[in-house]
Design a protein around this ligand. Structure first.
Ligand code: NAD
Length: 432
């Protein structure tokens, strides 16, 4: 099966979940009509002068799925598998996600089809700046606000923010979030997605009367979001027994401390290649090496999915033994797999709630940039906890009250808010 086909499935999957919500909520036809396709979809060609003098052109996209509740908000992904359908699906999820946690934003997403590992640092910077020049007409602090996603980070956002300032010939820090603090980035943004996911896990564990020290975790995709989640979960007392990255997985029944492991991994190494314990260093004991996808089938309490979409599917869900799943990545469990998990009473804490920490703190960054304020990390973390816990509680309580899954409850909460906005705009509204 080609990746292209996967992304067609991904979008169909997202649409079918949306149709289920329309049916359950009995929404107005206007709302269905508006939400069945994106508001704006821009394809661009990003020209990059390579270090050896050649010119290369990379295809890219920026999609604004819906902007009823505010300007579009969503990250930019650099990955060889990016295509228009993936970006569209991710922008749809952003629209739902922002509404679930009651942010004054619509949903957007961007991406460039490129393998950034093949680029030098200066080539990467030229690509980042070229992408912003290509989409500058449709972005801005009151129109569409990009942020980091897979293979983009604060450094890349810094280059992009600088390029945007040159284009508009003024300082416009609120146009991009996830920037380095020196350029107006918010304290607490780097760890926010992982921190938010931990609040959601904590809330669920508390309702289940489950103590962190009695809860084992296997974490797929030990990158930015997963590292901060793992670090904070370890501090809280959860037992991390397995980690994976694109090169393989590791397991230790005695538990893994994510911090020293990431310290070694940042020297550009894969988990499989690290030295865990020898005469000179011991960062984890009795580490077993597993094939990458074996992590998905471990008998743990919670399987944490923090890599990419489409990881637990109809063809492998029967091998999943975890008692619950937590989605930090966007769309890692397909609807077919979720139906099978539902039959077995295995709950999924869904992406549209569990990974909202990043966009919540991006919102706080935008607020700080627009008001000229600087909040301490403590204030940011407190406000993040307040919002994700109060909106998360509504989702968990609704799921129980209506006997539906956490995802269905989250979608209903988000789509209800968007639908209300669409109808409040009046009968003669233009599309955008
Ligand atoms: P990242 O690039 O820092 O990390 C991704 C990690 O996944 C890497 O370690 C990579 O090696 C690993 N990986 C890739 N394929 C894998 C596979 N098949 N099995 C195991 N590991 C694999 O990206 P990130 O920023 O941490 O984002 C990860 C996911 O979280 C994405 O789906 C992203 O959309 C989502 N997300 C991230 C944020 C954020 O703030 N970073 C916010 C919301 C959602």
């Amino acid at each position: 099966m080609s990746r292209q086909k996967d992304h067609a499935n991904l979008f169909d999957d997202a649409r079918s979940r949306l149709e289920d919500v329309f049916e359950a909520l009995d929404v107005h036809d206007d709302v269905i009509e508006r939400l069945m396709q994106p508001s704006l979809s821009l394809q661009v060609a990003v020209s990059v002068r390579m270090d050896d003098g050649r010119l290369r052109v990379f295809p890219g996209w920026r999609v604004q799925y819906d902007t009823t509740l505010g300007p579009a908000k969503g990250g930019i992904r650099f990955h060889p598998d990016v295509d228009q359908l993936e970006v569209t699906t991710l922008s749809f999820w952003m629209a739902v996600k922002c509404a679930v946690v009651d942010l004054p934003y619509g949903g957007g997403k961007g991406g460039v089809k490129v393998d950034p590992k093949q680029l030098s640092r200066l080539e990467l910077e030229r690509l980042a700046r070229g992408y912003i020049r290509a989409i500058a007409d449709v972005m801005g602090p009151r129109r569409d606000i990009p942020a980091p996603d897979v293979n983009t980070n604060a450094t890349v956002m810094g280059w992009m923010a600088d390029e945007y300032n040159h284009i508009v010939r003024c300082k416009e820090p609120a146009a991009i979030t996830g920037k380095p603090p020196a350029l107006g980035g918010s304290h607490g943004r780097v760890a926010a997605t992982g921190r938010g996911a931990l609040h959601v896990l904590d809330q669920w564990a508390k309702r289940e009367q489950r103590k962190p020290e009695d809860t084992t975790l296997a974490i797929q995709g030990f990158g930015n979001a997963a590292y901060h989640f793992a670090r904070l979960a370890h501090e809280r007392g959860y037992r991390i027994v397995a980690l994976s990255d694109s090169g393989g997985a590791i397991y230790s029944s005695e538990g893994l401390d994510p911090e020293p492991i990431m310290q070694q991994k940042t020297q550009n190494q894969r988990l499989h290649d690290l030295v865990y314990c020898d005469e000179s260093v011991c960062i984890a004991e009795n580490v077993e090496h597993l094939d990458r996808d074996d992590l998905l089938t471990l008998d743990v309490d919670v399987l944490v999915l923090a890599a990419l979409e489409d990881q637990v599917r109809g063809d492998n869900v029967d091998q999943v033994k975890a008692k619950a799943l937590l989605e930090i990545a966007n769309g890692p469990v397909t609807s077919q797999a979720e139906a099978a998990l539902d039959e077995r009473d295995v709950p999924v804490l869904p992406d549209v709630l569990a990974n909202t920490g990043g966009v919540i703190v991006s919102y706080y960054e935008w607020v700080q940039n627009r008001t000229g304020e600087r909040w301490s990390e403590e204030t940011v973390n407190e406000r993040l906890a307040e919002r994700i816990e109060s909106q998360g509680r509504r989702v968990l309580e609704r799921a129980e009250a209506e006997s539906i899954s956490y995802r269905q409850a989250a979608y209903r909460q988000g789509i209800e808010r968007i639908a209300h906005g669409i109808l409040q705009r009046g009968n003669c509204q233009d599309s955008e």
